[in-house]
Design a protein around this ligand. Structure first.
Ligand code: 13P
Ligand code: SF4
Length: 311
């Protein structure tokens, strides 16, 4: 306990010395969330990154999130505690494969909507970016006279089709964490808490989404749980979310959605970041996120379009 207190003090001192801001995603461990300046979902953190006046951004999340912060802040230093913190969705859509698909289907003139969980190079090939928090809004603003290609999450994409009625071609990628929840695993926990509400992330499969009372981004889960009149709420997303929710909704009994194998689901990439690695990256200003300038400039266009369209 004393060691982690010292570490926290060291981080706060380094943050001041470096003129840094610490941004943390809702899936980070509780100790990291507690030391951060802002905790939120991909959309909220993208806005925070755009607005900050700090010289250094320490991004406690996964690589595509830190890269997003760098896209809108080319002049700032952006560090990520663990450079290997990736994402299965990002891996599912290599830029070369997307470029080849677009070339092979050039006659269709796709309007490409990329979920923010992708590389800067994929963003650079896209017309607009979206997050789980604004995907419906962004798809509703897509030009009516062009077919939409939605990359890289087939589950989020299918949910958006249900919400908007808009036809879209879906890239076949998924989040390896959210597809671990099954209809059977959620039915089992519902049987244990028959009066509980279920809130699920749209990266879950349709079979799981159908069991949910609400499907939304991690940030919207906070409002849903706060405003719920029911005390028991089953939260079907990555386990880090429970720390944020328990802090914000102390009057609620928040129950982690289980998978068939575990009582909750952890994202191994999100959990690569630790308090020690956060201290080290503020001390050394490494590892840094760098993006080739021509890619960054092209990726910034659809990202700024998203921020504009999602206001
Ligand atoms: P949110 O934008 O809803 O926080 O989702 C990010 C993510 O990686 C979900 O797995
Ligand atoms: Fe990617 Fe899934 Fe981890 Fe989110 S939870 S960062 S989508 S692998």
């Amino acid at each position: 306990m004393a060691a982690s207190l010292d570490l926290k003090e060291e981080i706060l001192a380094l943050k001041k010395e470096r003129n840094a801001v610490i941004l943390a995603h809702n899936y980070q461990t509780g100790d990291i969330q507690d030391v951060a300046d802002h905790v939120g979902d991909s959309l909220g953190l993208a806005y925070q990154a755009k607005a900050t006046h700090a010289a250094v951004i320490a991004f406690c999340g996964v690589h595509f999130m830190a890269e997003t912060a760098k896209i809108v802040n080319p002049g700032k230093i952006v560090v990520l505690p663990d450079k290997d913190a990736g994402c299965s969705l990002e891996q599912a859509c290599p830029a070369a494969e997307l470029a080849a698909f677009l070339t092979a289907n050039a006659d269709r003139n796709h309007y490409v909507i990329a979920y923010i969980n992708c590389s800067a190079a994929v963003k650079a090939l896209s017309d607009v970016i979206c997050t789980s928090g604004n995907a419906v809004k962004i798809v509703n603003q897509a030009p009516a006279d062009r077919p939409i290609l939605f990359v890289p999450d087939e589950n989020l994409g299918a949910w958006v089709i249900e919400q908007t009625g808009r036809k879209m071609d879906l890239w076949q990628g998924n989040c390896y964490v959210h597809v671990e929840f099954t209809r059977a695993s959620i039915q089992r926990i519902k049987a244990e808490y028959p009066d509980a509400l279920v809130v699920a992330h749209p990266e879950c499969t349709r079979a799981v989404r159908l069991l949910a009372d609400e499907v939304c981004s991690t940030e919207k889960m906070v409002a849903f749980c706060k405003n719920s009149a029911v005390g028991n709420i089953i939260v079907v997303t990555e386990s880090g979310m429970l720390h944020r929710l328990r802090k914000e909704c102390p009057d609620k009994n928040l129950i982690a959605g289980p998978t068939d194998l575990c009582a909750c689901a952890d994202c191994r990439y999100m959990k690569m970041n630790t308090l020690q690695k956060l201290r080290d990256c503020l001390a050394t200003l490494q590892p840094r996120v760098e993006i080739e300038e021509s890619i960054r400039r092209r990726a910034e266009i659809p990202l700024l379009r998203m921020l504009e369209q999602s206001k």
